[in-house]
Write a protein that binds this ligand. Sequence first.
Ligand SMILES: Cc1cn([C@H]2C[C@H](O)[C@@H](COP(=O)(O)OP(=O)(O)OP(=O)(O)O)O2)c(=O)[nH]c1=O
Length: 204
Amino acid sequence: MSVSAPRFIYLASQSPRRRQLLEQVGVPHELLLADPGEDTESIEAVAPGEDPTAYVCRVTGLKLQAALARLRARDLPPAPVLCSDTTVALGQRIFGKPADAQEAVSMLRELAGATHRVLTAIAIAHDGRQHQAVSESRVTFEPLTTAQIERYVASGEPLGKAGAYAIQGRMALHVSHISGSYSGIMGLPLFETGQLLRAVGWPC
Ligand SMILES: Cc1cn([C@H]2C[C@H](O)[C@@H](COP(=O)(O)OP(=O)(O)OP(=O)(O)O)O2)c(=O)[nH]c1=O
């Protein structure tokens, strides 16, 4: 390891899945979370007619700017800052995190029996340089009955998840095919993460 190689990174994400995935590959990290009252929701607003890939990249860039502002404001020691955004796209339609159980049911009705894309963009900043990458996967659900969807939503799993499901959870029972990146679908594509970490001098 060179003398100036970073010893840890900041993960600017409240997602437990992203923490778990970074732990899986042994990257020491500290959380750089939003201040109470900081507006993190409006960052995720979709612009009219926005393409899903353009959307996920734009939102990830905004998350990174917000995280860098936090780092400056808190006067923390320098280290790479990583953030990410995951969205589900059915054709050109963007499915973010459902606002409530009713919206979760309607998203899952549309995703059932169909193939959708999961787009996860990641961005990293260090020493004044920024790098971004996007991972695209395809996920096919078997057809689901209304009763199956309602039972799944009642489990609580869909809340806080793009597209109202978790491939790492109970929805795995209904996923007939995936192509792309399993970790990307979960929220942090590890291959692309490794590439970006190397770009900022992380020895992986
Ligand atoms: C499709 C899918 C998404 N997800 C999760 C990953 C993300 O946490 C979430 C998408 O929301 P995001 O807005 O990407 O992330 P977040 O709000 O959880 O955290 P932050 O913005 O602070 O980084 O959906 C799964 O856990 N499993 C899945 O199969």
